[in-house]
Design a protein around this ligand. Structure first.
Ligand code: HEC
Ligand code: HEC
Ligand code: HEC
Ligand code: HEC
Length: 214
């Protein structure tokens, strides 16, 4: 009996560990308990059927379900640019556009699956459309991939960080293909075990030092 209990406890612990560690359950982007997400985790962002296309008619990709932002932003350099599409004029790469569909505060959190929605992001998580006081992204953050005296060199897959955790994002800037820093360079939409949905630890500023030589 005692042995059986021990074995049972042991196997339950084994079963429980992967479910608790490093999944998005209970993390910042688990909206299943909020009342506006239909009780599901993936649905505000993904759908199994009838995923969205952008204004050019191309599929957004990633089975995207959340209404795209069409806002105009003030960038780090003070210039303005629109959310997209990625046609050479956009402010940032297409993945950052997906983040800003909730974080710029112009599209409702519950604007997914064809509904308009009415609940907006607030507080520290509201990045807004003025990006002049945020870390540069997109057209104001073209990365010197070969490295120079101020920046680490990126690897052949456009990655940085001790284990290649940080990926630069492809973007068309005025007709030229460039690799830029985007929201998804530093963050993950899911969860990788680090604070603030980061892709690696920023203890002792390790994330910052993966790019900046300081
Ligand atoms: C807050 C928005 C958001 C939520 C919620 C979300 N995702 Fe994602 N997901 C994204 C974005 C953005 C991408 C595209 C970027 C990338 O490659 O990670 C993506 C990509 C993916 C991909 C393809 C790339 C990869 O990482 O394998 C899969 C599979 C995926 N998500 C599954 C899920 C599942 C399953 C859930 C629910 C348990 C979920 N996602 C919840 C935003 C979200
Ligand atoms: C469906 C809307 C939605 C999308 C899409 C979305 N977010 Fe969020 N995000 C939120 C909300 C709402 C919160 C605040 C959750 C809370 O109250 O704790 C949040 C929180 C965060 C946080 C704070 C995490 C923490 O631990 O405090 C970060 C960082 C973040 N999001 C980054 C991103 C990035 C990067 C993307 C694009 C890959 C993205 N988000 C896409 C709605 C969204
Ligand atoms: C260069 C890396 C980097 C980029 C690019 C970046 N972030 Fe962050 N972000 C961070 C770090 C680091 C933190 C944690 C800040 C802290 O510790 O105070 C953070 C925090 C956040 C938070 C939580 C803020 C809060 O007060 O709770 C949100 C939301 C967020 N980022 C969204 C975004 C979005 C959206 C983008 C794209 C426009 C983006 N980030 C681009 C590094 C980055
Ligand atoms: C993925 C690489 C990457 C990471 C990670 C990163 N940066 Fe940057 N950072 C850049 C790029 C690229 C620019 C734009 C540089 C330019 O064009 O001069 C930039 C710009 C800046 C600037 C503005 C410089 C100026 O001339 O005004 C500061 C300050 C800065 N980063 C600090 C940080 C801090 C702090 C962190 C960590 C939270 C961080 N960066 C993480 C790549 C990165």
């Amino acid at each position: 009996m005692k042995i059986r209990t021990l074995l049972l406890t042991g196997s339950l612990a084994l079963l429980a560990t992967p479910a608790l560690a490093q999944t998005m359950v209970g993390e910042a982007h688990d909206f299943s308990g909020t009342g506006w997400a239909g009780g599901e985790i993936c649905k505000p962002c993904h759908t199994p059927h009838n995923a969205l296309s952008d204004e050019t008619g191309s599929a957004v990709g990633w089975l995207w379900n959340h209404t795209l932002t069409t806002a105009v932003y003030t960038l780090y350099d003070g210039n303005t640019a629109g959310a997209g599409p990625d046609d050479g004029t956009a402010a940032f790469d297409k993945l950052s556009r997906l983040c800003m569909g909730c974080h710029d505060g112009t599209v409702a959190l519950d604007a997914f699956g064809g509904q308009t929605g009415s609940i907006f992001i607030t507080g520290g998580e509201l990045v807004g459309t003025d990006l002049s006081n945020d870390h540069p992204v997109g057209r104001t953050a073209v990365y010197p991939e070969q490295g120079d005296s101020h920046f680490q060199a990126a690897d052949a897959s456009h990655k940085l960080g001790p284990n290649g955790e940080l990926k630069l994002r492809e973007m068309n800037i005025d007709g030229t293909l460039d690799y830029v820093v985007g929201c998804m360079t530093c963050h993950t939409p899911h969860y990788k075990g680090f604070n603030d949905q980061l892709r690696m630890t920023n203890n002792t500023s390790a994330l910052c030092l993966s790019c900046h030589i300081k």
